[in-house]
Design a protein. Structure first.
Length: 146
């Protein structure tokens, strides 16, 4: 399974969601699931926000080496599941990439979707603040880590 997180710039939210899920998958030895992230705006391979990267590292996740990446047709084709950070982003993706229909969803449902689609009920359980809480709060300042 290939999961793609998408947000506006791919330097905070989708990057953080990607790295947290990737770290949790590794921790639980789920190597058959690939995770990536992309931006709706071309940020010209901008580095991740340093505060976001520091928060990831401080909480045991890889915060290094990220460069923003523009959402492309090949990334949409690659993804089995596309998770957006805001409802309006889903509409933008579907306008540009109609074939994403059925694979893209607003990430408010992320925990339920990840659990049901890839059968991992405990990967994100027990985190003081899960990805879904992070996305719902939309603030890296409130991230407490897993």
């Amino acid at each position: 399974m290939n999961i793609l997180f998408v947000c506006t710039a791919n330097i905070n939210r989708s990057f953080m969601a990607e790295r947290i899920l990737r770290g949790q998958l590794k921790k639980h030895a789920k190597y058959n699931i690939n995770v990536s992230s992309a931006a709706l705006l071309d940020m010209k391979a901008a580095a991740a926000d340093p505060v976001t990267a520091e928060l990831l590292v401080a909480n045991g996740y890889d915060g290094s080496g990220h460069k923003s990446s523009l959402l492309t047709e090949s990334k949409v084709d690659w993804a089995d599941l596309i998770l957006v950070m805001e409802g309006s982003q889903r509409r933008l993706i579907l306008d540009q990439f109609p074939k994403a229909e059925g694979r893209s969803t607003f990430s408010i449902h992320i925990l339920r979707i990840i659990r049901s689609r890839i059968g991992i009920s405990k990967i994100l359980t027990g985190c003081p603040l899960t990805i879904i809480d992070y996305v719902s709060l939309r603030s890296i300042w409130l991230f407490k880590g897993c």
